[in-house]
Design a protein around this ligand. Sequence first.
Ligand code: COA
Length: 259
Amino acid sequence: MPDVLYEKTGDRLAWVTLNRPQVLNAINMAMRDQLWEIMHAVRDDPEVEVVIFKGAGDRAFSAGADIKEFGTAPTYADARRARRERDLWGFMLSLDCALIAAIQGYALGAGIELPMCCDIRIASEDARMGLPEVTLGYIPSAGGTQTLPRHMPPGIAMEMILTGDPIDAQTAFHHGLVQKIVPHGRLYPEAEALAGRILRGGPEAVRLVKRAVVEGLEMPLEDALALEGRLAERALISADAREGLRAKVEGREPKFAGG
Ligand code: COA
């Protein structure tokens, strides 16, 4: 069984499952390689518009980088080069389809950094999220020092990063790190329902609107508004917009062509 499962449901949704439940889905190099391949397949597949990430078993999304594998690269320079050549997290952030993380149990280190490269995070009540790297004498290296303070108040993020202490689902929700908390048994149905709500939109529009938000957040407001204007022009001349507007006028459900 692969360490990362990739399943397309056939209705423009795909599931990515971190699949090492015996070690709380700790992410080793093999998994990173598999995720790298899968993320490229997602980018190149016009049939996939929403991806949901989850962890196998019922104890963890992921307990982070595989600490037993740490330091096994031939040299630190090799490890750094491998990371630079395969910037998985940067690549995820560049994808224009919608990414949802369904977080249960432990989500530590890379186990919360991966969800922070997603667009929306749903957690079950038992979720515990944190960046414990400093307690290992290390620092987050899957983007956490930069993404966490962008997802929640910087002071709270700083407290988590400096102490390594995890927070529970309620605290994460309170500070905006997760957008919804659900009972454990409802996590995947709720994630799927959310995906379904996104999939009602025009596929081209969903991609363009994500681009507007993600790229715009990194720009001064004036430039971001200009970006929105350019993307809106593109959306307006798309077949999806013609169909969506016509369907609304005619009082029927739109039939989007996709892509
Ligand atoms: N890397 C490799 N293996 C890990 C792991 C990780 N990050 N996290 C857990 N595991 C393994 C454990 O070694 C154990 O394997 P074993 O049964 O062969 O001994 C198994 O997963 C279950 O974990 P265990 O520690 O027994 O569960 P627990 O409920 O007592 O504790 C945690 C859960 C998450 C608190 C604890 O596993 C932990 O602190 N993990 C490391 C988290 C971390 O520091 N992540 C960041 C890495 S940069």
